[in-house]
Structures are given as structure tokens and as C-alpha cells.
Design a protein around this ligand. Structure first.
Ligand SMILES: NC(=O)c1ccc[n+]([C@@H]2O[C@H](COP(=O)([O-])OP(=O)(O)OC[C@H]3O[C@@H](n4cnc5c(N)ncnc54)[C@H](O)[C@@H]3O)[C@@H](O)[C@H]2O)c1
Length: 366
């Protein structure tokens, strides 16, 4: 079967699940052709563990005619430059989130991709999992009626207690909104459609963070981003949803996400995961768990890459984790992290992508 040869750039913390899934369940439309990392040992370790046949530099990948797509798993500050170089070299690109760290850069990448007739995709792809797709089906079937409002919370105390190299989470291009906001916003845009305007306020709990994970235990990191970010989003469909993303919260009792409609409420599972539980409440009744209707409830990172590959191969016409959605999410994140508290009117308005089929083909076509 024909496959898209992918070159993976960045063999750090998140790369393992991509390598495992792209050389495993999503191997039907993707072949991991080569891997690259600035730290050569990281590339060597990945190649050995996952049987990747070649280790290359980024430049070698960009010059390699056998590679059709670049999977960019580097840290956020490198996303724009690598994405741009890859597109200019004629490669399709799929990038970990965020697409880039400014709206202007993101818009430029999207323009280059369109001009060159290339696909540009971006994480997250968790919205393609069983949890959010089940919610999508329930909303599309009218189970909560017309969506009116919602609440979304991503509250934690940051990643310096577990990530081996956590400094980037407090630098430009990260913080709770750029790091975790993409999961929530992409899910919301899939469930409700695009956002029309945003009101926002944000703050910062700490000026420095101390790493408590190994191997950088005890190092201090200067915080360069807002770490408590609140937004009110008005969607084109009329719903108004509150979101808070924070790295300043030690404990809380808020749900990940709830949506409220004229005929009921839905509790949406953690949009940073692929599974459930999904819970639905009819008027006058409490929440009841609903069985998941779709596949991919386990950690299926890479499903977005497989879907992009299927689109390149002409097997699917529905590119879900596409550049228009990624740019819209980037615009919303930029709006919520800027100084001041005016209402921001969104410039982008992507199409709501098609839901996934309940039954899917093992060739991973979607
Ligand atoms: N760690 C997670 O749990 C997680 C989860 C979801 C998404 N992400 C996203 O994945 C991306 C990577 O995160 P991570 O946690 O794997 O970071 P990491 O620091 O563990 O790994 C990044 C790797 O990229 C390499 N790299 C950086 N710049 C490079 C360049 N210019 N050329 C080649 N290699 C380069 C680094 O040497 C490193 O090995 C980020 O955008 C992050 O937001 C991470």
C-alpha cells in the first residue's frame, strides 16, 4: 500500500508516543522514514527503540526527495522557523502545538502552504478521539438542544515537577494558554464552530519557578508569560463559554469542560486525552454517563498525521487538524494572552470540520 514518508524533527519527551503509534496502529498510511534532533543521542535513542531506518539533519531531510512530510516535534520557539523551511522546501508539515507563537507568523505559514499547494497540520488531534467525537455526535443529534454557554478549566501548578526539561513552559510560546489552551480551544471549535469575539484578563502568580524534576532539580526559571489566563468566548453559533487556563493553582474542584444547551447539559471529558467519560443531563435530571460511540479512546497521538497522510494520498477529503483551525486557535490564544482587557474580534473563521465516522477502515483513512 502506498504510504507517505515522514521525517520527524525533535525526538524529545512527546516523540515516543508518535513513534510508537506511527510505526504501529497508524502505519497504514505513514512510514517514519527518518528522525532528527539537535541532540544526536536523542535521535539515536529513538531510531534504536522504534526501528527508524535513518538519522538525518533537518537540512538533509529537507533536501531528501523521498520525504514528503515533516513532523515537527520541537519546542514552540522553533516551530515557525522549521515549519517555514519545510514548506519552502516543498514538504507537507504537521507540527506539535502551537503552530507558531504569533498570529502574524501563523498566517504567513498558512499563506505559504496554500500558495505551494501543501498541507499544513497542527496538534492537537485529541479532538479526533472517542471522547470529543462522542460529544460531537450528541451535540449534532440535538441532545442538548441549542448550545447557550459553557465553562472550561485547565488548572494545575505547571510542569516543573515532572518534565525533564520544563523551562520552555515559562517562555514565550508556552504558559498555560499556549501549552494547554490548544486542546480546549480545538475541542470547543470542533463542538461549537468558530469563535467570533473574545474578552480576556490574565495575570501571573510567580516571577520564578524552581524545577523539582530530574535532571535539572533546583534550577530557577524566570517566568516570561502570563500563568493565569481567563477568557470569555462568544461563538458564531451564539454560545458564550468561559475558559481559564492556569499554572498557578495547587488544588481545585472544577470540571474540565461543561456545555449547556436549551435541552440539557453535557460534561466533556479532558480534551487533553482521547477517551471519556462523557456525561449527559436532560432537563430536570442529573448527569448520566453515555457510552463512547467512537474508536480511539487510548493515547492515539499521531491520528492527525495519519489523517493528513490519507488526505495527501487522496484517500480522505476531510483534513481535520488543518491549518485553518490551527490559525483560529492561535489567534484566540494570542487574543487571550495580550496585555489589556478589551474585547477582541476574531479575524479568522474556519469551517467546522466533519465528525469522524463511527465505523472506520483499518487502513486509517477517516
Ligand atoms: N511533553 C509532553 O507531554 C507534550 C505533550 C503534548 C505536546 N507537547 C508539545 O510537543 C513539543 C515538544 O515538547 P517535548 O515535551 O517533547 O519537548 P522536549 O524538550 O522534551 O523535546 C524537544 C526535542 O526537540 C529537539 N529540538 C529542539 N529544537 C530543535 C531543532 N531546531 N532541530 C532539531 N531538534 C530540535 C530537542 O533537542 C529535544 O530533543 C512542544 O511543542 C510541546 O508543547 C508536549
Amino acid at each position: 500500500m502506498e504510504k507517505i514518508n515522514v521525517g520527524v524533527v525533535g525526538c524529545g519527551n512527546i516523540s515516543g508516543i508518535y513513534f510508537a503509534n506511527l510505526t504501529g496502529i497508524f502505519g497504514g498510511s505513514v512510514k517514519v522514514f527518518a528522525c532528527a534532533d539537535l541532540i544526536e543521542e536523542n535521535a539515536i535513542a529513538a531510531a534504536e527503540k522504534y526501528g527508524i531506518p535513518r538519522i538525518m539533519t533537518l537540512d538533509e531531510m529537507l533536501g531528501c526527495r523521498d520525504i514528503q512530510a515533516i513532523l515537527n516535534l520541537t519546542t514552540p520557539l522553533s516551530h515557525y522557523s522549521i515549519n517555514k523551511q519545510a514548506l519552502l522546501a516543498g514538504k507537507h508539515v504537521y507540527c506539535e502545538k502551537p503552530l507558531s507563537i504569533t498570529f502574524e507568523e501563523g498566517a504567513e505559514l498558512c499563506r505559504i502552504a496554500k500558495e505551494k499547494g501543501l498541507l499544513l497540520g497542527c496538534a492537537p488531534d485529541t479532538f479526533m478521539g472517542a471522547g470529543i467525537q462522542t460529544c460531537r455526535r450528541l451535540i449534532d443529534e440535538g441532545k442538548i438542544g441549542r448550545p447557550v454557554g459553557g465553562n472550561a478549566f485547565m488548572l494545575c501548578h505547571g510542569h516543573e515537577s515532572w518534565h525533564p526539561n520544563p523551562a520552555f513552559y515559562y517562555k514565550k510560546g508556552a504558559g498555560p494558554m499556549f501549552d494547554m489552551g490548544p486542546y480546549y480551544l480545538t475541542a470547543l471549535v470542533n463542538l461549537l464552530g468558530p469563535v467570533s469575539e473574545i474578552a480576556t484578563m490574565n495575570g501571573r502568580g510567580f516571577e520564578t519557578r524552581t524545577i523539582t524534576s530530574q535532571p535539572r532539580y533546583g534550577e530557577e526559571v524566570a517566568v516570561e508569560v502570563q500563568t493565569h489566563v481567563c477568557g470569555l468566548l462568544r461563538f458564531v453559533c451564539g454560545a458564550v463559554v468561559h475558559i481559564t487556563t492556569s499554572f498557578d493553582v495547587w488544588a481545585h474542584s472544577m470540571p474540565n469542560m461543561e456545555l449547556y444547551g436549551t435541552e440539557g447539559s453535557i460534561e466533556v471529558p479532558d480534551p487533553n486525552g482521547f477517551g471519556g467519560p462523557v456525561r449527559l443531563a436532560a432537563p430536570g435530571k442529573g448527569f448520566e454517563e453515555v457510552p463512547l460511540s467512537h474508536g480511539f479512546s487510548e493515547n492515539s497521538r499521531g491520528i492527525g498525521v495519519a489523517n493528513m497522510a490519507a488526505c495527501i494520498l487522496g484517500k480522505s477529503g476531510d483534513f481535520r487538524a488543518n491549518q485553518d483551525v490551527a490559525l483560529h486557535v492561535l489567534e484566540a490564544m494570542c487574543a487571550m494572552t495580550r496585555p489589556g482587557s478589551d474585547v477582541y474580534r476574531m479575524q479568522t473563521r474556519p469551517k467546522r470540520t466533519a465528525p469522524l465516522e463511527v465505523e472506520y477502515d483499518d487502513g486509517v483513512i477517516f
